[in-house]
Write a protein that binds this ligand. Structure first.
Ligand code: ARG
Ligand code: ZN
Length: 327
């Protein structure tokens, strides 16, 4: 195609030359540039557009892949409606006028104390990646760890709820800096969620024989303590239970989990729920760190949900059996 056009144009160079009064060399150069300009860059543009225009019902608005697709204007309107409704404390939808074709123009205002940054996406209609960025930018942080609380004059949102329990609160392995991922909060049980759990466990501690808290990822079965490297008084028994859990998991799905006290096995991490429950008197207190070991990390693919749940259940059964035989 390229060569063909090139040859035809060259054969016309004699005429072109006289038409625009130039020499052979310049004409050749021009023909070459023209050919480059008209090279076929994409065979089936309509096909590509069709492929990129997803059926919006396929990928729900809450899924991570939603933000890796292009959406119709109507879908984007619905998305705006839903996201502002679900995050009323953070987001505000403001009508600022309408387009020539009478479609409403909205801005999404992300809560800011005073100064602001304006971002618009899609002034040019064909630049689809631009609005895709705006949606993606507003979409939730999939890797958020902490609670959503705001305390006093703190600059940042959220407390690490597994550093907020009253168990060696805010020692080594936690942070007083509210912007850190392991912020322990202004005081123990400052988070309503932590307070509620602690209150319930306290009230029912005589009935609750085991406390199991599920996290990810690392493939570990942890038990107290995490706020100190000292062994707990039930260390040997808890270690033997954790080892039995590891065995049960290996038998169920062939996955390898590690076992041990939190501080030695993963890291010093004070203010955790397992340590707090243990010190409350619930002896069989465990943290499960489920799959994987870092390949997908927190973004574990959906097809691994089932096997991960099955192995976790086999672990929980092991603990339950031990508890039944030892109380
Ligand atoms: N990944 C968990 C965390 O950092 C480990 C929890 C272990 N137990 C604990 N009390 N810190 O919170
Ligand atoms: Zn966790």
């Amino acid at each position: 195609m390229f060569l063909e056009t090139f040859m035809i144009l060259i054969s016309r160079c004699e005429d072109i030359k006289s038409e625009i009064q130039t020499n052979w060399r310049y004409c050749l150069r021009m023909v070459y540039d023209l050919c480059l300009l008209f090279r076929v860059l994409m065979d089936d543009v309509q096909g590509v557009i069709k492929k990129q225009t997803v059926n919006d019902t396929v990928s729900p608005r809450s899924s991570a892949s939603y933000y890796e697709q292009y959406h119709s204007l109507n879908e984007i309107y619905s998305w705006m409606e839903e996201i502002t409704e679900m995050n009323a404390d953070l987001l505000q939808k403001i009508y600022i006028g309408s387009s020539f074709e009478k479609r409403p123009l909205y801005i999404l205002k992300v809560q800011t104390p005073k100064s602001a940054i304006w971002i618009d996406c899609g002034i040019h209609a064909r630049e689809w990646i631009a609005p895709a960025f705006c949606l993606w930018f507003i979409g939730h942080n999939r890797l958020w760890r902490k609670s959503r609380s705001k305390h006093g004059n703190n600059r940042c949102i959220g407390t690490d709820m597994n550093r907020n329990f009253d168990a060696g609160w805010c020692g080594k392995g936690a942070s007083h800096n509210d912007c850190h991922e392991i912020y322990c909060g202004p005081y123990p049980e400052s988070e309503p969620e932590v307070k509620a759990v602690a209150h319930f466990l306290q009230k029912h501690k005589d009935h609750i024989k085991a406390y199991i808290t599920i996290h990810s990822y690392s493939q570990m079965v942890l038990f107290p303590y995490s706020y100190t490297t000292n062994k707990s008084k039930d260390h040997d028994e808890l270690l033997s239970v954790a080892n039995k859990v590891v065995l049960a998991i290996r038998k169920t799905t062939q996955k390898m989990y590690e076992s041990g006290p939190g501080a030695q096995t993963i890291y010093l991490a004070p203010g955790g729920s397992d340590d707090w429950a243990y010190d409350l008197g619930i002896k069989y207190s465990f943290t499960f760190e489920l799959r994987d070991r870092g390949t997908h990390g927190f973004l574990l693919p959906p097809n691994l949900i089932k096997p991960t749940c099955i192995e976790a259940l086999s672990g929980i059964k092991t603990i339950a059996l031990h508890v039944i035989n030892n109380i």
